[in-house]
Write a protein that binds this ligand. Structure first.
Ligand SMILES: Cc1cc2nc3c(=O)[nH]c(=O)nc-3n(C[C@H](O)[C@H](O)[C@H](O)COP(=O)(O)OP(=O)(O)OC[C@H]3O[C@@H](n4cnc5c(N)ncnc54)[C@H](O)[C@@H]3O)c2cc1C
Length: 395
């Protein structure tokens, strides 16, 4: 038996013993395990599952063991992800710390900063949010104006961020700040700010749906210790770009909807609303559309997998992350368009008794999917990056 086969057998047995039954069911939004200082656990099994996975470092399976990570190779991680998918396990932890900040800290932070922050991210003790965008700095991110002034042993920070997802629930914010006003890209630094500091205020923005996933974040006369600067002063743009590549790779995974080849419920939905004949979707044209979507998702999932295996440890995802971000989000939007087509008039509900919970959820997710091609950098901007940095076309 190869080492990988042994790893699979042991992983399967461990998951059987440790993944609670209720963590193998679809996850309602209110049970999303974001962790943090003020975490709520409407389903206590979510906490049990998080603690068990974090205990093995499997909330960040490939991070080094010295910071509490799993220390797995990419091959072992693929096995772990396969086995988690096999039992329909919910994510043990949802975390901007794991998806975005952690990889940047591993590459750019001091040893002290890594030991301070990474274990808390892995255990879900601290919830992070992303302080990049500002009212005048979205796609042109380097135009940001939030200032950090050197006051000797601390920075005095003033400014406003916007679109800060879940800032009202977050404990810390990773921020891009201006530390030199005479230069654009070379005047930006990367700063970690504890949101318990007086002067940090997150105001939720209420959306038409009634939900408030975003905030405007105001930072007024906040004193930040110099030890919270990651990397060199005025060199934060390099970190910012690298972190964005991790964010884009994470968002692009939506295109695979739970992994390579996953139908994401399309086939079952089509059979429910269009009927079944000899085990197939009754209408030929729908069969074709569903098959095409599944084939594209599978091909995309395999490309993501190949790219992840090709990327050398620590070298980061590279400019190809823009290709994946663009295609993955367009694919996810197409998938929801198709689901809406399958639902027909049952996809028109926002609330009310004439619709099932699944139908209402699909409609809301369809609306939410529109934001995929904006968050983490818009599709238009990804196409620019692909043109310039992947294809080498002139400006
Ligand atoms: C769901 C969601 C969650 C988000 N979460 C966060 C978060 O947690 N933290 C955070 O910091 N930010 C967050 N954002 C902000 C996001 O990163 C920005 O919305 C995004 O970068 C676009 O910036 P903008 O909204 O200012 O649009 P603009 O930059 O004003 O762009 C407007 C339009 O012009 C186009 N455009 C702009 N420049 C060019 C160009 N050079 N060439 C061609 N077209 C161009 C854009 O593609 C877009 O269609 C989130 C956004 C969304 C939708």
């Amino acid at each position: 038996m190869s080492n990988l086969d042994t790893f699979r057998t042991e992983t399967r047995a461990w998951l059987e013993d440790n993944c609670p039954a209720s963590m193998r069911t679809p996850m309602p939004e209110e049970e999303s395990p974001w962790g943090g200082r003020n975490a709520q656990w409407p389903n206590p099994d979510s906490k049990v599952w998080l603690d068990r996975m974090a205990g093995r470092g499997w909330t960040a399976p490939m991070w080094p063991e010295e910071y509490g990570g799993g220390g797995l190779t990419s091959q072992e991680n693929l096995v772990l992800q396969d086995e988690l998918r096999r039992i329909h396990a919910r994510p043990a932890l949802m975390s901007f710390g794991v998806w975005m900040l952690g990889p940047a800290l591993l590459e750019f932070a001091s040893e002290e900063q890594k030991h301070e922050h990474l274990p808390k991210i892995i255990r879900g003790e601290i919830r992070w949010c992303q302080g990049y965008s500002e009212p005048g700095a979205g796609s042109d991110l380097a135009g940001l104006q939030t200032r950090a002034e050197d006051k000797g042993d601390y920075y005095l920070v003033n400014g406003q961020k916007v679109w800060t997802s879940y800032a009202d629930h977050a404990d810390w914010i990773f921020c891009l700040v201006r530390t030199d006003t005479s230069k654009k890209h070379d005047g930006i630094s990367f700063l970690l700010i504890d949101m318990d500091n007086p002067g940090v205020e997150a105001r939720p923005i209420r959306l038409i749906s009634g939900a408030s996933p975003f905030c405007e974040t105001f930072i007024t006369d906040v004193k930040v210790p110099k030890g919270n600067l990651v990397g060199e002063l005025n060199k934060g743009w390099t970190i910012a770009k690298q972190l964005l590549q991790h964010e884009r790779t994470m968002i692009s995974a939506m295109g695979t909807v739970g992994g390579a080849g996953s139908s994401g419920g399309l086939e079952e939905t089509a059979k429910t609303y269009f009927g079944e004949q000899d085990g197939h979707i009754a209408i030929a044209s729908m069969r074709e559309e569903v098959a095409r979507q599944k084939m594209d998702a599978r091909a995309f999932g395999l490309s993501l997998r190949r790219s992840a295996e090709e990327a050398k440890a620590g070298s980061g995802p590279g400019a190809a992350s823009s290709m994946f971000k663009y295609y993955g989000t367009e694919l996810n939007k197409r998938r929801y368009e198709l689901l809406m087509k399958l639902l027909g008039s049952q996809g028109l509900g926002w609330e009310g008794e004439g619709f099932t919970g699944g139908e209402l959820n699909t409609t809301r997710q369809w609306l939410r999917s529109r934001a995929n091609s904006i968050e983490g950098g818009t599709s238009e901007v990804q196409l620019n990056v692909i043109a310039k940095r992947v294809l080498g076309l002139p400006d």
